[in-house]
Design a protein. Structure first.
Length: 326
């Protein structure tokens, strides 16, 4: 997986979640806290999610085949989508069920120091994991806000890890609050309420992840900045006089397909057009290295057809279309 896939952040989150899951389950066994059980399942689900992201990154590296001529780059999108399903079903739904049962049948928390100690340890560990994800993301997001980064990132791993770590930290605080209120009031219902809140939080994050990765799976265009670079690289002002219409599509986070119909002069020879296309492809790959698959079709641009509204450039989806984000 490339550096933009956030492998370091995934491994850091995986190590933290495995250690935290074990600690939370031990605390549940000794204390009987439903918040601790929900949190241990949450951490276990997160560990599985990080495993899915690493597996998706590995599978995406496979070479293209005759059956899949554009390669397997979208494997990373598929596994990121699976993460949202696991987070919703295993993490969120289980926590809601456990919280409901605890509210319906509350009981006291035994050996309070176990859940409190483990939660404090987990908050510290998750903070380090979250810090790693932030550091990895800052190297890529530039001037984008965090919301824009999550919505526009073409590599799904870092947004997934960021949202997971954020959800884990907030969930730990909710669990600590529920346990603390249950201990302070002697009413185990508070522990169940904390567990219920964790479930709602996880489902909300899962829905956000599903929506973002669904857009990637459907196929997204290049970002506005890359589209501008491609347009400038295509036109040389001599043989290639303009772009009639253009489409871009991410075949994977680091692989872009570019298809364009370009305008050439009717007086140009086939040899001149062929050389111009080769030169344009070279300029595109220099300016936008992720443009791996490029198809340029020459055509004679007609101002008459454009004025009549029959030229493709005048219709929707031309080069003026921006990047809608996820």
């Amino acid at each position: 997986m490339s550096a933009s896939g956030g492998t370091k952040a995934i491994v850091a989150a995986l190590a933290a979640n495995l250690a935290i899951a074990v600690a939370k389950f031990v605390a549940f066994v000794f204390s009987g806290s439903s918040s601790m059980l929900a949190e241990s399942v949450h951490s276990l689900a997160d560990s599985g999610n990080q495993g899915l992201l690493l597996l998706g990154g590995k599978k995406a590296q496979r070479e293209a085949t005759p059956k899949h001529p554009f390669g397997y780059g979208r494997e990373r999108y598929i596994y990121a989508f699976l993460v949202s399903i696991v987070l919703f079903s295993v993490g969120g739904m289980f926590a809601i069920y456990e919280g409901y049962e605890k509210i319906k049948h509350p009981h006291d928390i035994d050996h309070w120091y176990w859940p409190v100690g483990v939660l404090v340890f987990a908050i510290i560990a998750e903070t380090f994991s979250f810090r790693t994800a932030i550091k990895e993301s800052n190297a890529l997001r530039g001037k984008l806000t965090w919301t824009q980064f999550v919505r526009r990132a073409k590599a799904p791993e870092l947004p997934v890890v960021l949202l997971e770590d954020l959800g884990a930290l907030v969930g730990l605080i909710l669990a600590l609050g529920g346990v603390s209120l249950a201990l302070a009031t002697g009413d185990g219902v508070w522990d169940g309420i904390g567990t219920l809140c964790i479930g709602v939080l996880l489902i909300a994050i899962a829905i956000i992840l599903a929506a973002e990765t669904k857009s990637l799976l459907l196929g997204e265009a290049a970002g506005t900045e890359d589209v501008d670079k491609i347009e400038k690289a295509v036109v040389d002002g001599e043989t290639v006089t303009g772009i009639i219409h253009m489409r871009t599509l991410h075949l994977g986070p680091e692989e872009l397909l570019v298809a364009a119909k370009i305008a050439v002069r009717g007086s140009d020879t086939a040899d001149q057009v062929a050389q111009a296309i080769d030169a344009a492809e070279a300029r595109i790959r220099t300016d936008v290295p992720i443009a791996r698959v490029i198809y340029l079709e020459p055509d004679i641009y007609s101002e008459t057809r454009a004025a009549a509204g029959t030229d493709p450039k005048a219709g929707p989806g031309g080069p003026a279309d921006g990047d809608p984000g996820h």
